[in-house]
Design a protein around this ligand. Sequence first.
Ligand SMILES: [Zn+2]
Ligand SMILES: [Zn+2]
Ligand SMILES: [Zn+2]
Ligand SMILES: [Zn+2]
Length: 342
Amino acid sequence: MTLEILNNRKVEIKNLVLLTLRNYGNPFVPVEIGNIIRKMNNIKLITYSSQMKKYHISYEKMILSAETKDSYAVWDRKQRYCIYYNDMDSNIIQSHRVRWNLAHELGHIVLQHHQYCNSDRLFRNSLDDNTYYYLEKEADYFAQLILVPHVVLSEFKISSIDQLKTLCKISRNAAKYRFQDYQKWKSSHINIQDEYDQQLFQYYYNFLFKRHCQTCGATLIQRYGDYCQICGKKTLQWGNGNMFYPQLKTYTSGKLIVCPNCGNQETNILGEYCQICGCHLVNRCNDLNCQCNYPLLTNARYCPICGGSTSFYNQYFLKDWYDDPDSMDVNDVSFYIPLYSR
Ligand SMILES: [Zn+2]
Ligand SMILES: [Zn+2]
Ligand SMILES: [Zn+2]
Ligand SMILES: [Zn+2]
């Protein structure tokens, strides 16, 4: 019999996953689990191969003394930990099982299992079976949460084991179980606003919705609409672009701080129009029947939803994208030199 993880314990583990990601992660999938651990000052990553060299032992001896082909974590009974992991077995490396092993050991550490057992290592034979398997379950739960973020799978419309395996960079065997889990999650989360999922969604927001336009090269964070806000073409793809089109300064309402037409700076008043010259100081789609009823980015010439022109473009606040003298190719170094010497 192995104990199940109780629901309130699951919430605790989820919060620790969020904390770990926010403090040490980078919103990107596949999750850079090695980098996360390297950023934690109290954990040292040590390979089996370096241990073999250090102690002049064979691979077989190494496995024998490690008591595992995968990985283990050691606590110094104060603040510090070492994670030892197998970097020699080509199956473990090529199948990306090593990533799971690292996430699993990180789980033991973050969930303070060593303290709980008052033991510097979580040996199978030094713990009773129930405790051992329960702690294993918790560490695996931590690993699956951190390596397989369901909100990201759902936004990328993952629909097979192979897609999940590629996106999350985990072994095929792990992907099989995680896919079942993901499908269960999908069917039960249709209308549920889960706190953890929402927070994770916010964490990955810029990663999920970064797009670049193949026509004008713009990088945009755009969740809705298929049209490029800079050039109006339907040529958006997921990922980073190389062109930067500057924004104008606004209040949080989206209203410009300075009117580009008359230079009026007293714009922090009610309403969207300039009280001096009558210009529209909030960038909106010109089609009143369009579904977009929110202010658009200040560099948007076109509406992302309908592809029609915007108020800023029509009032000549914005030049055509190919004429914008302030746009920058971020890969072109010559653009940076005049900026630095200004
Ligand atoms: Zn373990
Ligand atoms: Zn474009
Ligand atoms: Zn004005
Ligand atoms: Zn529109």
